[in-house]
Write a protein that binds this ligand. Structure first.
Ligand SMILES: [Zn+2]
Length: 588
């Protein structure tokens, strides 16, 4: 038996079948009943929402000679003629491939002659915005004074490209995108009629992927049906449509939780091998994070989230090491990634490094732990090998971070303007608590670029000092440096303008994704600072070295010295003279 695509087989045959466009069906039916019919219609809306189908229904309804003015009978000569596929009174023209004046002359020619069977001669022009301006002009005269027996139905996805002269002569109908619910219930109906046994979850996948277009929904349904037959379940549907299964995200979140970079990369590889593209992968992860958070907060029932009890419980009990704040922070990084991805020349690397960065953020605690171990001789002596391994691991993480950062900067530059949406002019970077002091220079630059001169100048000669890396709210002291710091202009500004402190607090909270306790402090330059101040600019390395005693310890341990540093917003681990790998030439 020849297989007829569902999209064709279940195409609506009357206004009553038109899902989601009831407002249009109603208006058209009223006009027909009241005999107040316009001679030109414009159907506009996104693809696959039923514009052409509605045009055909309207044509059939108008020309039917059966008794019911609103429902084509399917029996009369006109109905049969139209169903036959080569109707004498209804002309469908694809304006996308017939754009020129000659094509329109042909239409105008035919307009002169009365209909053969039905009451009207009906011209359906699809994608009408594609016509040339010459063609539009040729059409205009006919539109101004059309013969009684002629009706035009224009359809377009891009109404803004249709000239005003045309728009003012048509009755316009705006077709709505369909909701997930509307598409799902139509599919449910089709399944019932066709004897297809589909799970709710499977139908939801089509409805969500269809993104408002019934035609797309039916096309996906067809694709899956060809593969699954009458037994349709969610797993099979996902596999056919390249939609990531939720297990993939449970793997990813636990890799992030346990700081397992390798598993993050493996997950991306796994997704690629399954033929899943990055856009659905990231969309899927976003939805996963949302469900995870909702389940944890008991904000919605499994029903409301459209997931099973079992899955709901799994959400609740997974990645417990990650706090809700962490999940929000990961979500923010994901949103940034989605915005950046389509500009990327190497999307895979971007996705991988962002996932790695997600896993790396909290690993900073481990870095401190590792360095603390170095600080504690009893632990350090226990296993030199393990220690070296740990240090190499730290180095690798820092490299991954550097790569991610450099990549991000490159990716962000072409559309820096878009980033202005974040936090009132500050870009979307999120820092860990450990990074915030080192990032202060970059943040100040953003503030200066935002154009608030007084606020920006008031922050001169300041550093951020963090007291307790674990406390919440996170204590940060905005510290003014200088011998007579208490007389400094900047600190007076901050004291006199409480709104500056409030703004700074907001910026830091946005950067850290955590509540901040901001205080003001002054102190004289210490020896290191005085020394560094001699240089034009303090290097991030020295800044870190100064405020992170463990880093100095690490430096001592390997008898390393700084021979070269360049500007990066992360600490550069100095090259080790003897036992580390000797092929690094970056510090030459
Ligand atoms: Zn009929």
């Amino acid at each position: 038996m020849a297989y007829v695509a569902m999209a064709r087989k279940w195409r609506p045959q009357s206004f009553d079948d038109m899902v989601g466009q009831e407002h249009i069906a109603k208006t058209l039916q009223n006009a027909i009943e009241g005999g107040r019919l316009h001679h030109a219609f414009l159907f506009t809306g996104t693809r696959g929402v039923g514009k052409t189908t509605s045009a055909r229904i309207l044509a059939r309804t108008l020309n039917c000679t059966g008794g019911d003015p609103l429902h084509p009978c399917g029996q009369c000569e006109s109905c049969k003629d139209i169903l036959g596929g080569n109707p004498m009174d209804v002309f469908e023209i694809d304006a996308a491939s017939n754009t020129g004046v000659d094509n329109i002359r042909d239409v105008i020619e035919r307009v002169q002659y009365p209909p053969v069977i039905g009451k009207y001669k009906i011209f359906i022009l699809d994608e009408v915005h594609m016509l040339t301006s010459g063609a539009f002009n040729a059409l205009l005269k006919t539109l101004e004074e059309p013969p009684e027996h002629v009706i035009f139905i224009f359809a377009t996805t891009e109404v803004n490209k249709v000239p005003q002269t045309i728009l003012s002569r048509v009755q316009r109908f705006d077709f709505k995108r369909l909701t997930v619910e509307q598409i799902r219930s139509r599919l449910r109906y089709i399944c019932e009629q066709e004897g297809i046994n589909a799970t709710d979850e499977a139908l939801d996948i089509f409805a969500e992927k269809a993104d408002g277009s019934m035609r797309d929904g039916l096309t996906y349904f067809d694709q899956a049906y060809a593969f699954t037959g009458n037994e349709m379940n969610a797993d099979a549907v996902r596999s056919v449509l390249g939609i990531p299964p939720v297990e993939l995200f449970f793997t990813l979140i636990s890799a992030i939780e346990s700081h397992d970079l390798k598993e993050c990369f493996k997950m991306v590889d796994d997704a690629c091998k399954r033929g899943i593209e990055f856009t659905p992968l990231l969309d899927g992860f976003g939805k996963f994070l949302r469900n995870l958070l909702y389940a944890r907060l008991d904000a919605f029932s499994p029903d409301a989230l459209n997931i099973s009890e079992e899955l709901y419980t799994k959400y609740k009990s997974c990645a417990l090491e990650l706090k809700n704040g962490d999940i929000l922070r990961i979500s923010k990084m994901l949103i940034d990634l989605q915005a950046t991805l389509r500009y990327s020349t190497n999307p895979r690397l971007l996705v991988e490094t962002t996932f790695a960065r997600m896993a790396w953020l909290d690993r900073l605690t481990d870095l401190r732990r590792a360095l603390a171990a170095i600080n504690d001789p009893s632990k350090a002596n226990a296993s030199d090998e393990a220690l070296k391994k740990k240090v190499t691991e730290v180095q690798n993480m820092l490299d991954a971070e550097e790569e991610a950062k450099a990549l991000r900067q490159r990716e962000e530059s072409p559309f820096a303007a878009l980033q202005q949406d974040f936090a009132g002019g500050y870009n979307g970077d999120i820092y860990s608590r450990y990074e915030i002091s080192a990032a202060w220079g970059a943040i100040k630059t953003h503030i200066a670029d935002s154009g608030d001169f007084a606020f920006s100048v008031a922050l001169n000669d300041t550093v951020l000092e963090t007291i307790d890396l674990k406390a919440t709210p996170f204590p940060i002291a905005l510290t003014y440096l200088g011998d007579t710091a208490s007389d400094a202009w900047g600190i007076k500004q901050m004291e006199e303008h409480p709104e500056y402190m409030e703004r700074l607090k907001q910026i830091l909270e946005e950067k850290l994704q955590t509540p901040v306790l901001l205080t003001l402090k002054t102190r004289a330059f210490n020896e290191t600072e005085l020394q560094i101040r001699k240089q034009a600019q303090m290097s991030p390395y020295e800044l870190d070295l100064e405020k992170e005693p463990y880093l100095a310890k690490l430096k001592d341990l390997f008898r390393a010295e700084l021979i070269y540093s360049h500007k990066l917003n992360r600490p550069v681990v100095p090259q080790q003279a003897e036992s580390c790998d000797a092929d690094g030439d970056e510090n030459s």
